[in-house]
Ligand binder design. Structure first.
Ligand code: FAD
Length: 588
């Protein structure tokens, strides 16, 4: 939600008159300057001068729910819109003050401190929503914002769509750089990597920082092409997704999203714009492909490979036990699904399977598949689901392009929106399951027991992403900073424990602890594997090893070289161990 900048600046003047200067040590360079500290936070005059350098893009920010509270912000219509759209990722993504999950706008624990349904006499607090930031529309705006924050030692938050589960795109008391409106999609038949004459020229698309997959997929579809992206249409194509690796329904066919990158344009911590490709700044190029978003610089655009769209088969099924609570039947279904691996992958399938003690839900894609090939792939699953024990709903079919299949799957699964809903808080955790796990019956049984152990322990949801293996496994480990475990895994298994909008701090803490302890079963099963930075436990133990394995020392060195002052801090990101848990003070 936007507040008029002049109102904000007037407020700052008032604050400056009433608040005494904080002790000098709070502004020491060891700690970031926060908006709560008037002794270092930029003055209204400084903000006003800066605003003129970013074409008026400086914006005062309130939590989205503020319009539901008595006072100058109250707006009944806007409040109703906020209530109706709380799970709509398009609505949330268009708000500078919102993230996709309320927990990342809340207090340090994740309690909603500005609920859209206020409690009697309840107040709206700012939580982790930055008080002011730049709605960047050009690369120059990004450069100016980064330099403004760096020169003043401000706590900087970089937000694109706000999808990050760990809360990496919001920070209490921070100055925000919002990339959502930095748009542009340019296709070429033959991309020439700058200063890299030996590189083969390939069909490609250049995407500006704010582009989201729904838009990118549609533009590619118009040209008979595909771009490797994620399962949700509202995830950003350039930010944390891509820089953390990025998996999706096409990654088994072409490699991870980060494997598709030909070149980046990046604003560095000193505000300069750099190119990174195999020939220019190759270390940075290596790090940005898997090293994580919000860490090395702000990517303003990326050029990635495109491919001719494959015709694609799709199967959508829900199989539930006929007798509610027939846990043995549900487990038999899950065991059967494990037992048909890796043959299922060898048939060119990818997708998503939800496991529960009530049955399984399946969204399966088969790029280049036909009605006959998808039927053959699904047969061992459907044959097992005998009608005496299971209810089977759904069907399968073939589509002329990838996007037509993808969009159909989204619209059937999420009627009206056609992509995943957000807003419902949860604590997630994940693990890559090695391909070797499926090579013996003992390994398969151990995986089944791990899954059952997590479900029996109360995991509220569980999803296996059939997105790794295939082309991902053919790309050399040293090619990029992506966690090496991606190259020898077949599944990415994710669990979560959610809470309601008005959950208390102890309830939230209990759910977070449950995910961490349930995920320990996956860590025990595959101790040498790892977890995906973008969908990991916010308390992942030894996160450096879990997210990057042997790549971590090189990443740490690159981070120290390109951002020695740690302007780009985010939780469980490369170099974050140098900072206090809230990211505000440097420890060493
Ligand atoms: C509904 C949903 C579906 C998802 N589906 C998938 C999926 O299919 N596959 C998958 O791999 N992941 C998926 N994810 C996880 C997703 O990859 C992460 O949430 C990712 O962090 C989103 O990146 P973003 O830029 O869109 O989000 P943001 O939250 O805005 O940013 C995430 C991080 O990247 C940084 N960042 C953002 N933009 C830039 C930039 N231009 N330069 C440098 N740093 C930047 C931010 O500072 C932050 O640290 C999904 C998440 C959700 C909520």
């Amino acid at each position: 939600m936007l507040m008029s900048l002049s109102t904000y600046i007037l407020g700052l003047f008032a604050l400056a008159l009433t608040v005494q200067a904080a002790p000098a040590e709070t502004t020491a360079l060891k700690c970031r300057c926060l908006s709560s500290n008037p002794s270092c936070w930029p003055s209204p005059a400084t903000f006003a001068a800066f605003n003129s350098t970013v074409d008026g893009g400086l914006t005062a920010i309130s939590p989205p729910g503020k319009v539901c509270y008595p006072g100058p912000h109250f707006n009944e219509a806007a409040c109703n819109t906020a209530r109706v759209n709380s799970t709509n990722p398009y609505y949330r993504g268009d708000l500078i003050g919102a993230t996709m999950y309320q927990k990342n706008q809340g207090d340090a624990i994740g309690v909603d401190v500005c609920p859209v349904y206020p409690t009697p006499n309840g107040a709206c607090r700012q939580g982790k929503v930055s008080v002011i930031g730049v709605d960047a529309r050009t690369v120059a705006h990004v450069q100016k914002a980064v330099k403004f924050a760096a020169d003043r030692n401000l706590r900087l938050a970089v937000k694109n769509t706000g999808h990050d589960q760990t809360g990496r795109s919001s920070a209490a008391g921070s100055f925000l750089l919002w990339t959502h409106n930095l748009r542009g999609i340019t296709f070429t038949d033959s991309f020439a990597t700058s200063s890299c004459p030996a590189q083969r020229q390939v069909p490609a698309v250049t995407l500006a920082a704010g582009e989201q997959f729904g838009n990118v997929y549609r533009e590619a579809e118009k040209r008979g092409l595909v771009v490797v992206g994620g399962a949700a249409q509202t995830v950003g194509a350039v930010g944390g997704f891509l820089q953390g690796g990025g998996h999706g329904p096409l990654t088994r066919s072409y490699g991870m999203a980060s494997d598709q990158v030909l070149e980046f344009q990046v604003v560095m911590a000193d505000g300069t714009l750099k190119t990174a490709n195999p020939c220019i700044n190759p270390d940075l190029f290596w790090a940005l492909r898997g090293g994580g978003g919000g860490t090395f610089g702000v990517v303003t655009s990326v050029t990635v490979k495109t491919y001719p769209t494959p015709k694609t088969a799709l199967a959508l099924y829900g199989i539930t036990t006929k007798v509610p609570g027939d846990v043995a039947a549900a487990k038999a279904l899950i065991s059967n699904f494990i037992n048909i691996q890796p043959e299922f992958e060898a048939q060119g399938t990818s997708g998503y399977i939800g496991f529960s003690l009530g049955g399984i839900q399946m969204q399966i894609f088969q790029p280049n598949g036909t009605e006959a090939t998808i039927a053959a792939a699904m047969k061992p699953i459907l044959d097992h689901a005998t009608l005496d024990k299971y209810n089977v709903t759904g069907g399968q079919g073939a589509f002329p392009t990838f996007f037509t299949a993808f969009d159909a799957a989204g619209c059937i699964t999420n009627p009206g929106l056609c992509t995943e809903r957000v807003g419902t808080n949860s604590a997630i955790a994940s693990r890559l399951i090695p391909t070797a796990q499926f090579s013996t019956q003992t390994g398969k049984d151990a995986l089944a027991n791990t899954i059952f152990g997590m479900l029996d322990a109360g995991a509220k949801f569980m999803l296996t992403h059939l997105v790794t293996g295939g082309a991902i496994a053919k790309i050399p480990v040293h090619d990029s900073a992506v966690l090496p475990a991606w190259r020898n895994s077949l599944w990415h298994l994710l669990i979560g424990n959610g809470w309601t909008a008005n959950a208390t701090a102890p309830e939230i803490a209990a759910n977070r602890a449950a995910s961490t302890s349930q995920a320990q079963l996956m860590r025990n099963l595959a101790p040498a594997s790892g977890a995906y930075i973008n969908e990991a436990d916010a308390k992942e133990p030894n996160f450096q090893q879990a997210f990057w394995g042997n790549n971590y020392p090189r990443l740490f060195k690159i981070k120290n070289t390109v951002d020695p002052k740690g302007l780009f801090y985010c939780k469980l990101c490369v170099g974050s161990e140098k900072w206090s848990a809230d990211g505000n003070c440097r420890l060493y």
